[in-house]
Every structure is written in structure tokens, then in C-alpha cells.
Design a protein around this ligand. Structure first.
Ligand code: ZN
Length: 109
């Protein structure tokens, strides 16, 4: 039970969209997301369970999220591409060469 994501598409349109719903009350609420990923990103970003917001509170939070989303995506990409040794992108290892883990992979140990 909790705030879950429902995936579906608009009538006459094959592209997936997503909405939030409460699995306790089975009540859908909030914005229509462009994708499942965007809905997941919003839930991760939102400081509290979005069910706690009134509609009047949720709309400005949504607008704030949309403004910040390009930065959030860039941060996700930096994290995904981070150096596995120093956990930073770009790599800040002292030798500042190729990732040590990549070298280990090449050597096969
Ligand atoms: Zn590094």
C-alpha cells in the first residue's frame, strides 16, 4: 500500500504516460507524466509522499520539479557515468587516468 505509478496511454495514442495513484484508496491524482521514468523521478525528488499535498500544494511542486528536471537528469547521468573508484564524474583519482576498475576489467581480474 502506498503511492504507486499507473502506466497507460491516452485513447488513440500508443505512447505510454503515467499517473500516480494511492493503492489504499485506489484514487488517481496529480499530473499526467510523459513517461514511467518521469513519474519515478518525481517520486524520488518529492520530499514527502505526494498524497500528503492538497491539489493546490501539488501543482506548484510539480511546476518546481519541471523547472529542475534538466538538472536532475544531468545529475542522474553524472552518477551513472561516475568513476567506480572515486565515485566522481569526471574522475578525480590522484593519477587521473583511466578508471582503475576499467583497467582491472581489461586485465581480467
Ligand atoms: Zn576516479
Amino acid at each position: 500500500m502506498g503511492c504507486r505509478i499507473l502506466i497507460g496511454h491516452e485513447q488513440g495514442d500508443d505512447r505510454d504516460k503515467a499517473v500516480l495513484f494511492c493503492s489504499t484508496s485506489m484514487w488517481a491524482f496529480g499530473p499526467v507524466f510523459e513517461s514511467e521514468e518521469q513519474a519515478e523521478r518525481f517520486l524520488k525528488w518529492c520530499p514527502v509522499d505526494p498524497r500528503k499535498y492538497t491539489k493546490g500544494e501539488l501543482m506548484p511542486r510539480w511546476a518546481e520539479f519541471i523547472r529542475q528536471e534538466p538538472e536532475i537528469i544531468a545529475a542522474e547521468e553524472r552518477w551513472a557515468n561516475r568513476c567506480m573508484d572515486c565515485n566522481v564524474s569526471p574522475c578525480e583519482c590522484p593519477e587521473n587516468g583511466e578508471s582503475l576498475s576499467e583497467e582491472r576489467e581489461k586485465r581480467g581480474d
